[in-house]
Design a protein. Sequence first.
Length: 613
Amino acid sequence: MTIYEKNYDAIKNNKSNLFKYLEKIKKEALVNKVDQIESIATKDGNQALVIVKDGSTIRLNSAYKPISEANKWAEQFEIKNINAVVSMFGFGNGIFAREMINKLSEEDILLIYEPSAEIFLHVLEHYDITDILNNRRVSITVEEINDSEFKAVIGEHVEWINMNSQMIVKHPQYMALFEESHKRFIDIIRDNNEVCQINKNTERKLSGSIIRNTIENMKYMKDANILADFEGDFGEDIPAIIVSAGPSLDKNIEDLKVAKGKAVIFCTDTALKYLFAHDIIPDFIVTLDPNKYVGHFEDERCNSIPLFCLIEANKYILEKHKSRKIFYNTNYFITKFYEKLEKKVINLNSGGSVATGAFSICASLGFKKIILIGQDLAYSGKSTHAGGRADFGGQLASDARKIEDINGDMVYTRGDWYLYLNWFVQAIESIEEIEVIDATEGGAKIKGTKIMTLKKAIADNCRENIDCSKIVDDKSPTLAMNEKDSLENYLQDSIKELNEIKRRATENKRFCEKLVIEAKKRNIDSEKSQSWVKRLTKNNNQIEDKPVYSLIDIYIAEVSTSELDDVYVLSDDEVQDQINTYEKGTKIYSAMIDACKKIEEMIREEIKEIKNF
């Protein structure tokens, strides 16, 4: 078996995301190329990579002792934090990466970004890197092969809780060789950090609303549907049109009338008033935010339109809305209920905005063509929404930045819009079988979309008839008549779980208080202290195993986001780190005990509501 065949099999068996793209790569189509790649023998019997680019020769390894060189390079990095994520720019022939791997603990992750597919393909043919490819702690992204996945990989491994313990390292010489790629690598990490911070702030700000809405909206589950119920019901020849409330919606909203009955029109909650003002009735409304403005639903016509919503969507909107409700994302607590009844549950990456949520819904339902309108993701002058509405008193946001629009000009976007723009680009790249048409007729350029007017998009794609009302009317609710009592039973069981969690959290709080005292005495390694740590760990496992714990975890976000912010970041003072950890634990368990009491009260009230619903 050749070196390439060994590496190829290792990728196939262990790096499936890389493998599916590797098979499609065409060397002659690569853009990020160098003049020459050569491997030379080194004095110690290894090989060194030599690159010629723009007439300059750059040796990526020592011609004498490349392993010793890599070892000295790696010594500068100290990985002392827990659950560290190391992002490395440049793979080379794997020698430097191998030294970084040697510094990782079992819980640490190495994310490698190689900017040159040409170099990577050369390495696959000339170097045995199967040890790296087989390592579960290592992810490899290669530009022009699977680089579209790097954003998702970073997002999967770096969240707000471990954001401060991540590390960035760079293969020597790579920045000079691939300056633009390095900028892209850093921008992706920076953008993900922004998302982490937003998620942290959102959890802290909305945790109370999310829990109250989740519990108080459960009564609607008796007559509602979940997303999986409608899989494949709309056919592949019918396009979906997602209507958002961007400034450009004013340009083409009248054209939308022609699409009624020949496309499935999904309207974001903010755009409802604009459609009603033009006597357009969408097929579905989509809402997401726990605190969304109820005024968007004041028109009585809302009551005849099915609503795609999150279980934690604004409870007053769900109360006001009288038509069919379809839960398109359910948190862990609700998901476990449906799974108990063997219902198929699809949970989406909804992207954080109602428009990205609508896109995820359409992709999941099997639409092969999705048309976007009103999806500006940019200011029009200083307008933020259709009808000339301007947030921020008509002033640009403090985090405004310039981006390219659909015409190649530069326009301003806002920080949150920029994140949603990146989300769309990533989603479109990852779903090759869907054609996305941007018929917004203004706003940010969304890479991967086909740009055209709405009139042309409708003329070219909206040719078959569809009756969405009949599809919904013919669909039975997810819960059959003999399953509706199970909702009340599930909540009764959850009360029992809350009482057990409260007991274990009380015990853990006491253990943490004792461990703080022992840590101050430097007795944390004593047999008595370690027995408390074991019992604390056992209790944690029992607590986290309960479905209702997911509600507690959200409810205490205000405390946990503060106390756990740097929980993985360690100092040089081991004793103080131990004291800090258990002091934080005391606060979190106190918050958990309080959460159990409050959530139990809410659940008891909801059981009464369900009985009378």
